[in-house]
Design a binder for this molecule. Sequence first.
Ligand code: FES
Ligand code: FES
Length: 158
Amino acid sequence: MAKNRVTAKVNGDTVEFLCETGQTLLDVLRDELQLTGTKEGCGTGDCGACSVVVDGRLLCSCLMLGVEAEGKSIQTIEGMASGKELHPLQKKFLEHAALQCGICTPGVLVAARALLERNPAPTEQEVRYGLAGNLCRCTGYHKIVEAVLDAAREMRGA
Ligand code: FES
Ligand code: FES
């Protein structure tokens, strides 16, 4: 079957790729663009491991088709650090040991950044609500929430 040619922006760079009509954005990122930081947990929109931001909106890349990325701007976990300088959220996750196996971590970080962009001073409850779509099976949520609150404080210069 003929493949579709798609042009999109990924982490600020214009990329072109070929994909099957039924190929998800998650599979395109991982298999066609070799951006394997975005993880597959469930493949059914339940776990948030595959979270990316598309045109400013947080969504599960396992629920979006690659062809739907045409003309869109996508942010993945690979675009979070600036060169070798980690994003404050990434630093705080390390400091608070807010990860264990790491499968959920990229999605949690992408969702946390989206949350802090909307709300730079979230309460603990707002952090928990903002990350409610991201399931972690092995760390528990307390350290994750602490890390996000600490990063938010640092980013506000508080
Ligand atoms: S892999 Fe997409 S929500 Fe779980
Ligand atoms: S660190 Fe393993 S699922 Fe979250």
